[in-house]
Design a protein around this ligand. Sequence first.
Ligand code: SF4
Length: 66
Amino acid sequence: MYRISVDSSRCQGHARCMAFAPEAFDFDDEGYAFVPDGMAETAELSESIRRAEANCPERAVKIEEA
Ligand code: SF4
């Protein structure tokens, strides 16, 4: 199981994560990314989520093994 999250202290709101994995990210009213509850835990890590993590300029996308 993997847990996906966005470190809100790092996120700058460029939306690159959304470009790579629109199914896994959403944005709050201030334009910062978060992972909706239904997507925060997954048994399989999709290639799109791996790319979102790799392409976040702020290293704000976190993937942890749960
Ligand atoms: S790419 Fe990274 S810094 Fe930019 S909105 Fe997504 S999580 Fe935040």
